[in-house]
Design a protein around this ligand. Structure first.
Ligand SMILES: [Zn+2]
Length: 492
């Protein structure tokens, strides 16, 4: 009888558990636009000729034409053109009703604007950087948009290569549920000088902000000891911010892992002193020396005493899962509060899930294991164990196929006709002449195909990692030499 009751209870639990995940939902700690935005009634007072959207609308008018993304040198080479031009920006975000260009703007401000991105600058649909300014255009002005922390600097990411339009939205929000900080984002539609530009993702720039974004304990700006944000990327224009740390000058874990990419200080910026730069260089060098040292894994003076391991574990998992080949190589941001340890945060998933122009990410390979700093951390079995344990836990929650597929479907349902409007302008990019991915078969021919490819990529990737995540242990396996020497020593 007792066993009968137990088996009935087991059956009930087996039926209820999967339903429970779906019904209760996972805790959502941040704002997900597609889940939290209010549903709005259809407009009945205007015709089809009036531009009307249920998502935030941005109307940008520039004084001069937005400068071309590149400057071409005499030898044919090109450099990024970061010249900014003055603009006025109207932001429409009515909570209850749809937005129109003739509404009273929620925000109306002055700003500087330029194109942004590296390779994506060359795409027809460009990304922009917005810097809100006081009317005199001398001082920055912090502006809050759609409830996000007020700041002067905002990124307008215009998905073009990503035909699903949602990779960054999905991945930033996913990372935001898992990690301490990931940029907050809102979908919007934009007009520049009266021309409709399509669907964009308004994104927080990774920066220090005492109200949100990356927060730090207050420090004395005159002292060398400081909190900081550094970025690993292609060499910047100003050598003042470029760091020469141990991995750079020793060549260890340096050139081979990161090419000619450099670590560069993002914060402190305008107030950075030479003493602060030396302090940051010395601190990162101490960490890098510990990382490659014989007793690297020691909790008191090895690498774990310098970094927030959980942050590096999560970064590894998210980027490995999404097959984000640029991770820990380009646009990689590290930050450290003066009282805490070094953390890492995510950026740019435009090419993730097999969306690089050539095939750079295969669903059946690890991508992160030989990356900058990670190759050495993975020599510590404790680190790979943490990744395996955390990965298996996340696969039951935020990284489960069920959660991700539902997230994608619900986001697309929320965007609704904004997707159609975007592709009225950019739909030509589905034609074969416009193919960007190599070989040709990798290019989706319509939006539905792009979404199906994304889902397929997620499912395949999960299958591979589920079957192989345990093999990470082999990277920290004792060497055969150690075993041999130990055996010899034991016998003598
Ligand atoms: Zn309307």
């Amino acid at each position: 009888m007792k066993y009968k009751i137990i088996s009935i209870l087991c059956i009930i639990l087996m039926v209820l558990l999967p339903m429970g995940v779906r019904m209760l939902g996972l805790p959502q700690n941040r704002y997900h636009q597609h889940l939290q935005a209010q549903e709005k009634p259809k407009c009945t007072t205007h015709g089809k000729e009036t531009f009307c959207t249920h998502i935030p609308l941005i109307n940008i008018t520039t004084k001069e034409t937005v400068p071309a993304p590149f400057l071409y040198n005499e030898d044919g080479s090109r450099t990024l053109n970061n010249k900014m031009v003055q603009a006025s920006v109207q932001y429409f975000d009515n909570q209850e009703y749809n937005n129109h260009l003739t509404d009273t703007p929620t925000v109306s401000e002055h700003a500087l604007i330029r194109t942004r991105g590296r390779s994506s600058r060359g795409f027809d649909k460009q990304g922009y950087l917005l810097k809100f300014m006081e009317a005199d255009f001398l001082n920055n002005k912090k502006v809050s948009l759609s409830g996000m922390t007020a700041d002067s600097d905002w990124v307008l990411h215009g998905p073009f290569l990503d035909k699903t339009l949602i990779r960054n939205y999905l991945c930033y929000n996913l990372a935001g549920e898992i990690m301490d900080y990931s940029p907050n984002v809102r979908f919007c539609e934009i007009f520049i000088n009266g021309t409709y530009k399509g669907l964009y993702l308004l994104t927080e720039k990774i920066e220090y902000n005492d109200e949100g974004r990356i927060k730090f304990t207050e420090t004395d700006p005159d002292l060398p000891a400081t909190s900081y944000i550094v970025k690993l990327d292609e060499e910047g224009e100003n050598p003042l911010y470029s760091l020469n740390t141990f991995s750079e000058y020793s060549g260890k874990n340096g050139p081979r892992k990161r090419g000619s990419n450099k670590l560069e200080i993002i914060y402190p910026n305008k107030t950075l002193t030479l003493e602060q730069k030396e302090y940051i260089e010395a601190e990162i060098s101490r960490f890098e020396k510990a990382l490659v040292s014989f007793d690297s894994a020691d909790k008191n003076y090895g690498y774990p005493s310098f970094i927030d391991t959980a942050s590096f574990v999560d970064y590894f998992i998210i980027n490995e899962f999404t097959m984000n080949s640029d991770a820990a190589r380009l646009s990689t941001f590290f930050y450290k509060d003066i009282t805490g340890k070094l953390k890492i945060t995510v950026w740019d998933f435009n090419s993730a899930f097999d969306n690089y122009l050539p095939v750079m990410s295969e669903p059946h390979y690890f991508m992160m294991t030989d990356k900058f700093w990670y190759e050495y951390m993975l020599r510590d079995q404790d680190f790979s164990n943490k990744i395996i344990y955390r990965y298996n836990a996340l696969r039951k929650t935020y990284l489960s196929d069920e959660y991700l597929v539902e997230y994608i479907d619900e986001t697309i349902a929320y965007l609704g006709d904004a997707i159609d409007r975007n592709y009225e302008v950019w739909g030509y990019s589905f034609s074969q002449e416009e193919d960007m991915l190599i070989p040709t078969e990798r290019n989706p021919r319509n939006f539905e195909e792009a979404v199906a490819d994304l889902k397929q990529s997620i499912i395949k990737r999960g299958e591979f990692l589920d079957a192989n995540i345990e093999t990470l242990k082999s990277l920290s396996h004792d060497s055969i030499n150690k075993q041999f020497n130990h055996d010899v020593g034991g016998r003598s």
